[in-house]
Design a protein around this ligand. Structure first.
Ligand code: NAD
Length: 362
């Protein structure tokens, strides 16, 4: 039997047990190989951040959309020159399986829906990029990982900070420890949302609340700053506006203990603006402030070292890193296994806050 190239690659990669799906035949103006990305959910993050970033990425480009709001389609088609055949609804998105223009399906819907659509994307045989937080529960995260493994597609979580160059410097310091042993980490992220409309971010079922929405940045930072996994967690949640935050947390405090003895104090709120990561070590300190905003991440250290690499678009860097992992068939920088670790701790934070006890993370 003679196999064509596409069938041969697919068959042999399945036999070898790794992902090497043939990818789209798209090239940039400069002759650069690019993969096709389909955004699922055309809300604020897709419309104002990801789609514009996909216009400046080198290794990937926007080729399709999935939306439940058909009235958005003409505007998106016109702005991004998207053909009719690459327009999908949530009900038809499984048909992307037959669309060679699309290599990656990027899930950008409310957190409580990530698992549903990420699994649908994996079952369509496409690589999956899933926004943070990965899902609502550890079980949901595992089901996404399992679906991607079963379909032999790559899975990456949209933790843009792990691609940001100043942040990457301090991720490296977790290992090299230029200021000595880490004693404490303080990670604080919040926005003063003065008039929150009724959105999914206030809906517990859909994965709302400060800890899921913003707290994962502080939690992830505590883990990448120390390079360790916490062994226990205690937490406290409160709201000053119970009439608005009827189902979800407005503010969450959490404390993590790490095997080395380092302690991380995290704080997140939808009622207060704060954006600082501070690391106190035996022989000095360093900080990133802001550490999690889309732009302007910068820092300094006790010896005068400055962390000020400018970045045009964190999301473009993130998507190019993730596209290259597909093109070169190399490991992704932020796999599903990273996302599930945070969600396991997030679940423990809600439990610890409820019962007032320190929870061992074993
Ligand atoms: P949004 O509310 O602006 O958009 C959500 C989209 O999902 C909308 O298009 C909406 O129509 C669609 N949707 C589908 N089913 C829905 C349902 N049942 N209820 C509500 N909406 C539904 O939200 P967003 O700010 O774009 O956030 C989307 C995802 O992106 C979330 O997971 C969020 O955590 C993530 N996000 C990540 C970053 C980042 O910096 N990495 C920033 C913002 C948002």
């Amino acid at each position: 039997m003679i196999l064509d190239r596409r069938t041969f690659i697919k068959t042999s990669s399945l036999a070898l047990g790794y992902s090497l799906l043939p990818f789209t035949n798209i090239y940039s103006n400069t002759g650069q190989k690019q993969i096709g990305v389909c955004l699922v959910g055309l809300g604020n993050y897709s419309a104002t951040v990801l789609a514009p970033a996909l216009q400046i990425t080198k290794h990937c480009k926007l080729t399709g959309i999935v939306t439940g709001s058909p009235w958005k389609i003409p505007k998106w088609q016109k702005r991004y020159n998207l053909p009719d055949k690459n327009m999908y609804s949530y009900d038809t998105m499984h048909e992307i399986a037959n669309n060679p223009d699309i290599d990656v399906i990027y899930i950008v819907v409310p957190t409580g829906l990530h698992a549903k659509y990420a699994i649908r994307a994996a079952n369509a045989g496409k690589h999956v990029w899933c926004e943070k937080p990965m899902a609502k529960t550890e079980a949901e995260c595992q089901s996404i990982i399992d679906a991607c493994k079963k379909n032999k597609v790559k899975l990456t979580i949209g933790y843009r900070m792990q691609h940001e160059p100043n942040t990457r410097t301090i991720i490296g310091w977790a290992n090299s420890k230029p200021y000595g042993k880490i004693k404490t980490v303080r990670a604080e992220i919040g926005y003063n949302v003065t008039n929150p409309a009724k959105t999914w971010r206030l809906d517990s079922e859909l994965g709302g609340g400060a800890m899921y929405d913003l707290g994962v940045y502080a939690l992830n930072a505590a883990r990448y700053t120390t390079g360790e996994e916490p062994i226990s967690v205690s937490a406290k949640q409160m709201t000053t506006r119970p009439e608005i935050f009827t189902e979800t947390d407005e503010t969450t405090y959490f404390t993590l203990a790490f095997p080395s003895g380092a302690i991380a104090h995290g704080k997140t709120s939808l009622g207060k603006s704060m954006h600082e990561l501070y690391v106190d070590c035996e022989n000095g300190w360093y900080t990133l402030a802001p550490f999690s905003m889309y732009a302007g991440v910068q820092g300094k250290a006790s010896d005068g070292t400055l962390l000020t690499i400018p970045v045009r678009s964190q999301q473009a860097i993130q998507m190019d890193d993730d596209a290259l992992a597909i093109i070169n068939d190399t490991p992704v920088m932020v796999p599903g296994e990273e996302g599930i670790k945070d969600i396991r701790i997030v679940e423990a934070i809600y439990k610890a806050s409820k019962n007032g006890k320190t929870i061992s993370l074993g």
